[in-house]
Ligand binder design. Structure first.
Ligand code: PGA
Length: 254
């Protein structure tokens, strides 16, 4: 029941480097590039380095299958927002996608669903793919509120209208960086719940939305997690920093 019978959507392997990486990390990117040719054909590959590395990485990966993305953006195109970066700036630097609403942003920077929704609109305006993160805390799961929390995050974080290119990432907060993962049955339940919610709200267009799983995806659990129905790829943190691990996760999509 929970094993996908064949993918209708092209899966996405996305790496989130978080606040890691200096110019010397281009060596790791080159190793990823060298190995990317060996990954399954039907797989999109994205690396989201810190903002300082977007332009050089976009240059290094030009004309290859590897795409570069940002980890956050502001909702305005420009203005007096010290320290912020707009979706247009990401696109200008060569980014093709942007992660929005990551739990580290929601928690550490008090981002609200409505701010996330405006960031999705900004990504759409700039022509880059938004990856919208949602996920419950451990306490919320223990209280039996996981789907309620995720449903409400999605209701507030997804704007109405065109779904083109939208990607959702289900990342249970308690699984991020902890080595813990939900059971495949729990992943199947949540991804099914998200897909149903998308269908109810957006109709047939919901079939085009990729739903990634994120939270302690590693080479040794990727095959199992990526075979779950309605899992259309992975958002990978720690294991995306090493080319060998990232590529090994990519191989799980075979
Ligand atoms: P992790 O992070 O793979 O290190 O758990 C995932 C994420 O935060 O996107």
């Amino acid at each position: 029941m929970i094993v996908s019978e064949g993918r209708t959507r092209i899966p996405l392997l996305a790496g989130n480097w978080k606040m890691n990486g200096l110019s010397a990390s281009s060596g790791e990117l080159s190793a990823m590039l060298a190995g990317a040719a060996g990954l399954p054909d039907r797989l999109d590959v994205l690396v989201c380095p810190p903002a300082t590395l977007i332009a050089p990485f976009a240059g290094l990966t030009q004309g290859t299958r590897l795409r570069i993305g940002g980890q956050d953006c502001h909702w305005e195109a420009s203005g007096a927002f010290t320290g912020d970066i707009s979706a247009e700036m990401l696109a200008d630097a060569g980014a093709k996608a942007v992660i929005v609403g990551h739990s580290e942003r929601r928690t550490d920077h008090n981002e609200t669903d409505d701010e996330v929704r405006r960031k999705v609109l900004a990504a759409r305006r700039a022509g880059i793919m938004p990856i919208v993160c949602v996920g419950e805390t451990h306490a919320q799961r223990e209280a039996g509120e996981a789907t309620k929390v995720v449903g409400s995050q999605l209701a507030g974080s997804l704007p109405d209208g065109d779904l083109m290119g939208l990607t959702v990432a289900y990342e249970p907060v308690w699984a991020i960086g902890t080595g813990l993962t939900p059971t495949t049955a729990d992943v199947a339940e949540m991804h099914g719940f998200i897909r149903t919610g998308l269908r109810q709200r957006f109709g047939a267009g919901a079939e085009s939305v990729r739903i990634l799983y994120g939270g302690s995806v590693k080479p040794n659990n990727a095959t199992e997690l990526m075979r779950v129905e309605d899992v259309d790829g992975a958002l990978v943190g720690g294991a995306s920093l090493k080319a060998t691990d990232f590529l090994a996760i990519g191989a799980a999509f075979d």
